[in-house]
Every structure is written in C-alpha cells, then in structure tokens.
Design a binder for this molecule. Sequence first.
Ligand SMILES: *Cc1c(COP(=O)(O)O)cnc(C)c1O
Length: 821
Amino acid sequence: MSESHSEAESAVVQFKAAILAKLRYAVGKDPSTAFDHDWFEALALATRDHMIDRWEESSAQIERQGAKRVYYLSLEFLIGRLLVDNLSNLGLLDVARQAMAELGVELERIREVEPDAALGNGGLGRLAACFMESMATLRLAAHGYGIRYEHGLFRQAIVDGWQAEQTETWLDFGNPWEFERPEVAYRIGFGGGVETLDDGTGGTRQHWHPQERVRAIAYDTPVVGWRGASVNTLRLWRARAEENLQLDRFNAGDHFGAVAGEVRAESISRVLYPADDTEAGQELRLRQEYFLVSASLQDLLERHLRLHDGLQCLPQQVAIQLNDTHPAIAVVELMRLLVDEHRMSWAQAWQLTVSTTSYTNHTLLPEALESWPVALMERLLPRHLQIIYLINAEHIDALRAKDIHDFRLLRAVSLIEEDHGRRVRMGNLAFLGAHSINGVSALHTRLMRDTVFRDLHRLYPDRVNNKTNGVTFRRWLFQVNPGLTHLLVDALGEQVLHRPEDHLQALEPFAERQDFRDEYALCRQRNKELLAERVRHVLGISIDTTAIFDVHVKRIHEYKRQLLNLLHTVALYQAIRNDPTTDWVPRVKIFAGKAAASYRQAKLIIKLANDISRTINGDPTVRGLLKVVFIPNYNVSLAETIIPAADLSEQISTAGLEASGTSNMKFALNGALTIGTLDGANVEMCEQVGEDHMFIFGMTAQQVAARRRLGLEMSDVVADSERLEAALGAIRGGVFSPDDPARYVGLVDSLLYEDHFMVCADFDAYWKAQRQVDQRWQRPEQWWRSAVLNTARMGWFSSDRTITEYARDIWQVPLPRREGD
Ligand SMILES: *Cc1c(COP(=O)(O)O)cnc(C)c1O
C-alpha cells in the first residue's frame, strides 16, 4: 500500500470515528436508531470541527498583522446548503463520502436532508454569499453582518397552477453550523425623544432617550475558503426582548400582555421581507434595517477600540460595504455613535464616515428605490432624522457656497423628497455618505451615471465606479457539476481547481477536439438525466433528455420577461400543430421562480406558465416535440440541479433593467449557450465569450429608451406579426384557460396597450434568435464547440476577480499572498 493511500485510509478511519462520536455524544443516537437527519447533524458537526482551528488561526493572524477589516453589511444572505460546500473547500468530500459509506449511509442522500438557508430573495442575497466565500478564499479579513431570520424566503407550492406561499422553517431541527454567542449582545433603541444637554465646555450635545429597547444577540457561522485558505465569520443578529417575561403582569393574570413586549421585540428577526426589486416599505422593515446596522456598527467599533488607539485611524482599519440601500441608515448611525457617544466633532465624524463607507447600487427600477416617510423616521429614529437634516443642510450649503443655485438641481440632490409627502431618500443618503458608489456591470454603472445619480455624479465625479458581479466557481462549477470538473482536471490539471479564473482559458484548444466535445456532451447528458429524474419525481412528467433543455429560472418579474418566453412557447406550439411534417427540434421549456406575494401580475404569469404546461403536455398532436414544466420552489439547491443540466440559458430582460444578473454567469460557466438581450453583464459576457457563441437579440437599452418615448401602445407591432398576434389571441381567448376563458384578457391587453417591458416589440427578434438556436443544435459539432468555449471563456466572471477589484479600488486592502503565488 502506498503512503498516500494509507494516509487517505487513516483519514477515513478518523473521520468515521468522529462522526460516530458526534452521533452518540452530541446527537444522542446510535447507528441503529439514527434517522437521516441525525446522520446529517453528526456529519455536519464532525465537519465543523475541522474548521475551528483554522478559524482561531485566521482571527489570530489578522490581529497579529493588524490587517484592515472589511465589513459586508447585507439584509440578505442567500446561502443554500453548506455541507458539501464546507466539505469540498476543506478537501474532505471524498473522505466523508467514504466514511459514510463504510457506516452504511449514502452521502448523496444525507446531503438532501439539510434545509436551504434562504435568508435572501435572489441575486442580491446570493451575491453576498458568493462574496463571503471568495473573501475567505482570498484570505481577506472580512466579516459578514446580517439578520438571522427565523423564517427565510417562503416555500413556494403550486396549487391548481397558482403560487401558494408556505412558511419556511429552516431552524426546526437546529442549525449545526452556527455558534450562539449570548455574551455578544447590544442594545438597540427605537422611538422616544432627544434632549439637548450641556456638554460641559460651554457647548451643547444631543442625547437620545429611546422609548423602547431590543437586544441583538450574535450567531456566528464560520465561512471556509478554498482548501481552508482562511475561515471568516458570518455574524447574524437575532432580536431578543430586554426582558423576556413581565412577571408582574403574568402574576396579575395577564398572560398574553406579559409576553407582548417579547413578541414585539422578537418580530424584528422573525421573517425575511419577501420582496425582490420592489420596495418593502413597512415600518417593520425599517426596524430590521436599523437593528442590523446598529448592532453591527456597535460591534465593529468595539472591536476597533479593543485593538487600536482611538477612532482617528478608523478609515485605515475598517471598510464598511453597504449591499444596496437597505443598510444605508449606517451613514447616520455611524455619525450618531461618533458624535453623540464618542464625543467627536461633527466635521471629523463626517470625514471618517465617508472615508470608511462605500455603497453598492443594485437596481435602477424606480419602484425599488427605498425612501422612508419623514413622519415614520421621526417616530422611530428621532435622533437620526435630526442628523439627516444636518447632513442635508451642510450638503445644500456647500453647493450654494460653490455658487450652485439651480432650484431643480438642489431639489434633485436633496436627501428629502418634497413631492409625494416628505420622504427620506436612502439612495441619496448612501451616495453622500460614501466615498465609493459602485454599479454591478458596465452597462448598469453607465446608466447609473446617466439616470438615478446623474446630478450627484456631476457634483462628485470621482465616486461612481463599476464592479461587475461574479460567482464563486467552487459552488457553481465544482460542486454542482462534478462530472465536468473531473473532465476539466483531466484536461488542464489540478491547477484549474486552484485558479480557475486563470486556467480555464487553456480549455480553448479542446473545443476543436471531437473526442473532448463528446465527453463534454456526455457529461451534460448525465446531468440532464438527473434533472429529468427530479422532474418525474416532483411533477410526474417525463421529459425527453435528448431535447434541448431550454431553461428560464429566476425571480418572476415583468422586467425579466418570462412572458416573452411564454409567448414563444405558445407560438412554437402553434407552429408545430400547423406544420406537423417539419422536423421541429425537440424542446423542453423549463421554468422556475418565485413571485413576491404581493405582486399580482407576477403570480398570474406563474398561473399562465402552468396553464400552458398542462395544455401543451396534454396535446398528443405535439408528439412530444415540446414539453413545458414549471418546477416549484426555486432556491439555491434547485438551481444547483437545474443549471448543469441546461443547454440553453434564457437571459432576456428588457435592456437597461437587469443590473447584472448572476445566473447568466452560472449557466455559461457550465456550458449552456445564452439567448439574451444586451443587458446587465450579458454585455460583458458577450465580449468575453464572443457573439458567435451566444444568441443576442432585441433592442439595446438606448433603443428601448427611444421606443418608450414613442409610447407603449403596441397594436401596430402586433398587427405586423402574424405569429405574435396568433399567440396573444390564443391566450386572450382562453385556449389555455378553458375553465376561466377571461383569465388572461387583462394581461394580454396590457401587452397590447401598455407594454412597459417591450415584450411585443422584441418578439419577432426573439423568435428569429430561437430558430438560430434550433439550427445550431442540429449541427452538434458547432453546438458543443460553442459550449466548450463558453466554459473556457468565463474565467473573468469569478467572484474572486470581483472581490480583488473591490479590495484594490474601494476598500484599499492589500490581498495576502495565496498558496501557489
Ligand atoms: C443565482 C441565483 C439567483 C439570481 O438569478 P438571476 O437570474 O441573475 O436573477 C436567484 N436565485 C437563486 C437561487 C440563485 O442561485
């Protein structure tokens, strides 16, 4: 037996013993009585043990080196499952699989038991999770701060074709990855009033007396980088009441009143707001935002003061990144802490605040731009409103001092919106309080400069910059697609695992090799069979795995244009029925995604997808050439099975509206060809991958803007397109909803007369691009050559590249050397 062989053997023996010990002493079971969940917990705890020493080492090293720390504040972290992520990054996946097998338990079954940590809605939350992993891999001294929602994003059930929301209960069986830190607790105030006090030197100072106080308790989850590079902390806050039970009220017989305060306080971390790209706008949401921000800032200032002399050096030691405007109240809270609590001068506090804070913008959609009624802010955070007024007054005075008196401009850049009831504009607040404002793709950043922040950008031209999003290849390639990963390692060597962003491009010559393309295609075929198995299991529908898997999965939103795809689906259905002798290329249309519970049009789109699916799948004249499935409950785990099985990736948002997109990157990395508009990061993907290896169609952002100025009425466009007219007519006439023929009249009419998202205007171009897809599919050597080139050319979209840019340009932290440097 070779030495390394016996080393591997002994690692398995040790891990097996560790799992058995956890099962017995932490879970309290033995192998004969253990359920799958008990095995999961034992395995997770044994895995977690492997992270602890590195965790300690990482934080000791950061302290020793006095490294600058990055604090990533986000209301959302869409994490998904962690078992395979952690095992894989620790290099223990094979050891664990073998150890479990020897215990008679299949790892592939046990991994399915772990609930998804769905503390986010979609792309924004998933970005935060990818960033945490990349920052650990790059050995940045980074801390994530978020809220430990008891209930994450709702579980979606499809009942009679409609979305039904069910409560997500990911913590029911506990969470083996986290450590509760009851000793790390901060008081968070709400309401009350502000008192002016003598500051003892002849001046005055403000003192806030909150009427209500809540405690924030820390829960820490270790985040391990690739091959244990370093282990960082994701710290999530849970809200607890100051006093759990008002005993006097309880003893007086008021059993509900005795716990009312507790219920009110704890509601802050009870549930994630399930809105994506629409404003939540409720008081509880503002309470959540302030709760996260206050706890995190108190925590990071305490750490800073423990390690350094005074606050003057804050910008040299601390970078605070705001993930969207959700934590933008941080600008004000940091001012309050510095001025009111630490007695710093206003001018100095402002200088420190701006130089430590930076803000990422994620959307230009007006309905998603946060603003809070002044009256609400005054009631909930009276001292903060005062500070906002002061910041605003200084800001406007500074402009007047520069001889800027244009009334329109002053109104536009003010922190207070005066037109629709007075409101605090969180975007402007984040802009003013940050030294860096970044967009998430080149196009989005350009539009940000031209639209939402046009005036502020002119006043502060050095602040806006671009950081195109990325995804972590560890999860979105290695873990989700072990077959392809194996193939890549065979072709390119182990180095592709350590630096995929550098080494993937060496795959290009393999695109010319028939034998390699065959293996690549075979690997896809296996992934498609796994997905088909899942679809059969969940929906009872069997799908043809030799057909094109045409995939549209993401949040359901009008701007993402699931409707455009559904219109194509209907038009294709009609074409097949009208022309049964043509050898149509077989397709499976795969949809998944959640709609915000309050977004009626999005929920109707889900119903339409299901109505179309039922009708087409049940029509024998289609002869299986077209199948449509809507897979319920899209989440990270479902994305992980769908993405590696996709042949075609639908990225068809109205140009100018998708800030970046990240699923576009996950798909292309796994070799799906993209059909898409020149929107978000699609533009840069097109530059990297090459236009010949994508199917780009439709209006550009500029053309959309010009078309909008002509009006949203589309009757002439529809009259010019027989196919579109027929598809709309069928939906409107109830072909897919015989039980309620008028169900889609309003929806179709809105496309005809008020087509905000240019569905009709882009339809013909989309249809043509889809026929090019068919043609490419019929030439397999071309299709698979393009697919391999997609994988080879996606290296730039690694979130390691994105984080490297943030570190260099925004946070100004040097990256430590990595192994292999
Ligand atoms: C990547 C990802 C998203 C973002 O998808 P887009 O298509 O870029 O909007 C949303 N949800 C999940 C579960 C994801 O993994």
